[in-house]
Design a protein around this ligand. Structure first.
Ligand code: NAD
Length: 316
């Protein structure tokens, strides 16, 4: 009988699928320093981002045959080492794309109507300075008809583009690997609309967009820094739901303070989980604590995808 430790939890539907397939699934979290002992009794472990599966752990758990990551990034797993020792390592890269894309629009709709500031000031001044606040937040803008620039046109970038197209926005996209093809809008009544999209140069995205959203992994340096902010339209806005480090935070603050950038929406930060107070307290930044994939729907899709891959692996 195959035993699985879902150490960072698993959605109940995924758990039920595994149990129906005859597997035993334990969801009680074992502390990192107790994992070596616990894993002697398991064939597989699934994790999200909290549990680390490093070389030493892999070496000390000879019964382990599979490591599953619910989500995308596998920074917490020594993937190559595990595969080199013959373990299967799986993840669920596509399951959370729509949730991250929708969070981009949560930040955009927030910023264009100053909600990040209104939500801070209304509880404090809403009863004494109502009319002054009303005036302060009077110059909102609409998204329809505006241009969103998307940097990184993989799964989440394309999903973000699809939501934007559905809202009637124009899309300018850039990726290291050019893309030309259709994005499909799935509308009410099963109606599908294919919209052709072709990537353009990074320069074009940076100079011609009203809003810019980042969807690349972090490499060795920020993708948006002082030089890029300088080339953007005045009044541009920037959203980062990708990875900390892809925006130069000091350059972002300078661009917000100078009025070059109207607002920013950030889900990811340098130095997580202790972002800088200058970022956290800036009136023009809408903030979320890395919750891009944290929706019920995404977690359910992650659970189902993980369960499917685990069942396939052990039944082949
Ligand atoms: P993906 O691999 O499908 O797409 C990433 C794309 O970025 C690829 O097409 C790649 O070619 C492109 N790219 C890489 N470097 C680039 C560069 N310098 N310039 C332009 N394009 C570049 O990945 P994805 O699933 O779309 O995820 C995108 C990002 O979102 C990742 O950093 C991922 O870690 C992050 N993410 C965040 C959350 C969250 O909770 N906020 C959740 C899931 C994923």
């Amino acid at each position: 009988m195959i035993k699985i430790l879902a150490n960072d939890g698993i959605d109940p539907i995924g758990k039920a699928m595994l149990e129906q397939a005859g597997f035993v699934v334990d969801t009680e979290t074992v502390a990192q320093d107790k994992l070596v002992d616990a894993l002697q009794n398991y064939d597989a472990i699934t994790v999200r981002s909290a549990t680390k599966v490093r070389q030493e752990l892999i070496d000390q758990c000879p019964n382990l045959k599979l490591i599953g990551r619910g989500g995308v990034g596998m920074d917490n797993i020594d993937v190559d080492y595990a595969r080199g020792k013959g373990l299967a390592v799986i993840n669920t890269p596509a399951a959370s794309s729509l949730s991250v894309a929708e969070l981009v629009f949560a930040h955009l709709f927030t910023g264009v109507r100053f909600l990040q500031d209104a939500n801070r000031k209304m509880p404090v001044e809403g009863d004494t300075k109502f009319n002054a606040l009303k005036k302060a937040y009077a110059k909102g803008v609409e998204l329809r008809g505006k241009t969103i620039g998307i940097i990184g046109f993989g799964r989440i970038g394309r999903e973000t583009a699809t939501v934007a197209l559905g809202l009637g926005m124009n899309v300018l996209a850039y990726d290291l690997f050019p893309f030309e093809g259709n994005l499909t809008l799935n509308l009410q009544g099963g109606i599908k609309v294919d919209i052709p999209v072709k990537t353009v140069s990074l320069e074009e995205v940076i100079t011609n967009s009203d809003f810019i959203s980042l969807h690349t992994p972090f490499a060795d340096k920020p993708i948006l820094g002082a030089e890029e902010f300088e080339k953007m339209k005045t009044g541009v806005s920037v959203v980062n739901c990708s990875r900390g480090g892809t925006i130069d935070e000091a350059a972002l603050i300078a661009a917000l303070d100078s009025g070059k950038v109207a607002f920013a929406g950030l889900d990811v930060f340098d130095n997580e989980p202790t972002p800088s107070t200058a970022i956290l307290q800036h009136a023009k930044i809408s903030l979320t604590p890395h919750i891009g994939a944290a929706t019920n729907e995404a977690q359910e899709r992650i659970g189902v995808e993980l369960a499917t891959l685990i069942i396939e692996h052990f039944n082949k």
